[in-house]
Design a binder for this molecule. Structure first.
Ligand code: GAL
Length: 659
């Protein structure tokens, strides 16, 4: 099966002669799949119930004739202008009560019946027209679900969701701690979404509104999925996740509802951190997939071929980087390498966004690199048979991140995403592959080592599962501010880290947030920032203690033997050398090994393992050539490799080996 290679394709933006050229260029570049129709609603339904599918028919027929498969999108992320005029109540309302107007995209209220009806109708019309079309390979529902609304329709849906969750108001009042500031509700009708308010909002109301929004969006997705499945049971259905702290989508939960996890990923760094971000996002997608769909396969649905958004400017990717990022995604389990977008638009809101066919046209560096990448993906397609081997899991809990966006916390910058990324980076640099998992509710037995990154919210069941897993031999690393609150964000009293005290063998008496720009010193010579704590060992031994300041001599990093396993606690945000050393120690204790030994700094290594052979992906992010131990066949060049393989500066090698 070929890898999926291509990107968002918008025939609605181009005349027929350009579309004909598009398919020729796709064939030249080895493109195997394009995503069509993402924002095409006003093209397909220019007036309510009047469908004009002729243009899409021609585009899909031409793609099929050119051998290019289609991920056919439902266009429901961008309702046409007529929709908002006909259904003003279906336009979204901000927390300040401002109803937004048409003029951008994502302008709808997902709880509005008129929107849901219209979305189902256009999805059903597409399903019935294109079921059986030879180009159709994948359904791409909507685009980047994430729109929030605070209108009265949303309020009604929120109340229904709360009733289903809590049953009665006493329970809701209890879990929302409405006794604080006299917020007790005596009638469901009094409950609203968290709108603009006088001072600090109720944090559990805000957290529950995020969860509700995730579920409401998921219900809208599932409606479309179900009707698409009914029309074409053999075609998988997905939606592309957008990543970021603002996104009100619980991706771990959603991953149980999609046929294939698909992510959009745009690294935000111009330097080497972009490679680390790419690897992190890929490992997160694979983690969601593994514990969601039940298969580690996922798909990089969008990334930028060239310009990357960085603060204040767009950064032009250096030659070779586009291809390396795509190969890194495939190395880490992606079913392919898809881009936003195929051809750069002439106008519109994102007119300078990069594309495989840039404004300059096919006579350009980027298109030539796209052709090179197409060839590379063809040569490594067999690696799809291999499964990524990840001996480590990093627990990244999205709802904990949401809870930690509340104001009035002991420090700002408390963020599981960043903390998980830091742990991931330390492993990445050592060539150790990790699944970044969004839930602790799945099967952990495959991992000898687990890192919990600021896992602030924790249920009793999750804590119990961790105890069982460690007792059976697991090596658990827990960072500060984990297990402190229950799933409703209520603090577990009696000492932090609440749910994990006995497992970690520590009791934390109080927090000492560290001033911005300051650091605490440890007995090991390492330092920490952001956070520190008064830790008492209640069974654990101190591996490092604070040196100087009010915590002088008190434990900072601890180790607790628990059954056949070990639980380690880190009470500050360790600097890079400290984190690196600790995770190396734990990895060694857990018997975790890198994908290959003797890896030069700046060379990334991932192994996909098949039944009787494996594929070692080596990505050289440096500006000098490097050699790495390997035997087999290097697929990009076709050369036999014996003992050492050369990985060119800025390039890659994919070695098929016998075992
Ligand atoms: C994605 C989105 C695309 C495009 C792209 C720009 O998040 O799905 O439609 O806007 O960002 O980077």
């Amino acid at each position: 099966m070929p890898l999926w290679y291509g990107g968002d394709y918008n025939p609605e933006q181009w005349p027929d002669d350009v579309q004909a050229e598009d398919v020729d260029l796709m064939r030249r570049a080895g493109v195997t799949m394009v995503t069509v129709g993402v924002f095409a609603w006003s093209w397909l339904e220019p007036a309510p119930g009047r469908y004009t599918f002729g243009g899409l028919d021609r585009a899909l027929d031409r793609l099929a004739a050119g051998g290019v498969a289609v991920a056919l999108a439902t266009p429901t992320a961008s309702p046409p202008p007529w929709f908002g005029l006909a259904h003003p109540e279906a336009l979204p309302v901000t927390p300040d009560g401002v109803r937004l107007s048409h003029g951008s995209r994502d302008t709808y209220c997902v709880s509005a019946p008129a929107y849901r009806d219209a979305a189902r109708r256009i999805a059903a019309a597409l399903a019935s027209r294109y079921a059986g079309h030879p180009a159709l390979a994948l359904w791409h529902v909507h685009n980047e679900y994430g729109t929030t609304c605070h209108c009265d329709l949303t309020a009604g849906a929120f109340r229904s969701w709360l009733r289903a969750r809590y049953g009665d108001l006493d329970t809701l009042n209890d879990v929302w701690t409405t006794a604080f500031w006299g917020q007790r509700y005596t009638d469901w009708a009094q409950i609203r979404p968290p709108r603009a308010t006088q001072y600090l909002p109720n944090p559990t109301q805000v957290l529950d509104f995020r969860r509700f929004t995730s579920d409401e969006l998921l219900a809208a997705y599932a409606e479309q999925r179900d009707l698409l499945r009914a029309a074409t049971p053999e075609v998988p259905v997905t939606t592309n996740y957008v990543l970021g702290g603002w996104v009100p989508v619980d991706h771990a939960r959603w991953s149980r509802e999609v046929d294939l996890v698909a992510i959009d990923h745009y690294p935000s760094d111009a330097g080497p951190a972009a490679e680390e971000e790419t690897a992190f996002a890929a490992d997160l997608a694979r983690g969601w997939a593994t514990h969601g769909t039940g298969t580690p396969d996922w798909l990089l649905m969008e990334t930028a071929p060239n310009l990357i958004y960085t603060p204040g400017r767009m950064h032009t990717k250096e030659p070779g980087r586009m291809s390396r990022h795509s190969l890194a995604a495939v190395a880490r389990g992606s079913r392919g390498a898809m881009y936003f977008q195929w051809r750069a638009p002439r106008g519109g809101a994102e007119l300078f966004h990069s594309a495989l066919v840039p404004h300059a046209g096919p006579d350009s560096r980027v298109f030539r690199e796209a052709v090179t990448l197409g060839g590379q993906l063809t040569r490594i397609a067999e690696a799809v048979d291999g499964r990524v081997q990840a001996p480590v899991a990093i627990g990244y809990d999205e709802p904990s991140g949401w809870a930690l966006q509340a104001p009035a916390l002991p420090a700002t910058g408390l963020d599981p995403w960043t903390e998980a990324q830091r742990a991931h980076r330390a492993l990445w640099r050592r060539g150790i592959t990790a699944d970044v998992i969004g839930t602790l509710d799945g099967d952990l037995t495959a991992y000898p080592m687990l890192i919990l990154a600021v896992h602030y919210l924790m249920s009793d069941a999750q804590a119990a599962a961790l105890r069982t897993w460690v007792a059976a031999g697991g090596h658990l690393v827990v960072t500060y501010l984990s297990g402190v609150a229950d799933r409703h964000g209520r603090i577990r009293t009696g000492g932090y880290p609440g749910a994990l005290r006995d497992l970690l063998g520590v009791r934390v008496e109080e927090f000492h947030p560290v001033a911005a720009g300051s650091r605490v010193r440890l007995s090991t010579g390492d330092t920490g920032d952001l956070w520190s704590e008064t830790v008492h060992c209640t069974g654990a031994e101190a591996l490092a203690s604070y040196a100087g300041g009010v915590l002088d001599g008190r434990p900072a990093i601890t180790r607790h033997g628990y059954g056949a396993g070990v639980a380690w606690y880190v009470s500050t945000r360790l600097d890079e050398p400290g984190r690196d050393a600790l995770l190396a120690t734990v990895a060694a204790a857990a018997g975790v090994r890198p994908a290959c030994s003797g890896l030069p700094p700046g060379v990334e290594a991932v192994r996909r393992v098949g039944a009787d052979r494996s594929w070692l992906f080596l990505l050289n992010h440096t500006t000098t050539d490097h050699e790495v131990d390997a035997d087999g066949v290097e697929l990009l060049t076709g050369a036999a490799v014996s003992g050492r393989v050369r990985v060119p500066a800025g390039g890659a090698a994919v070695v098929r080996t016998a075992a």
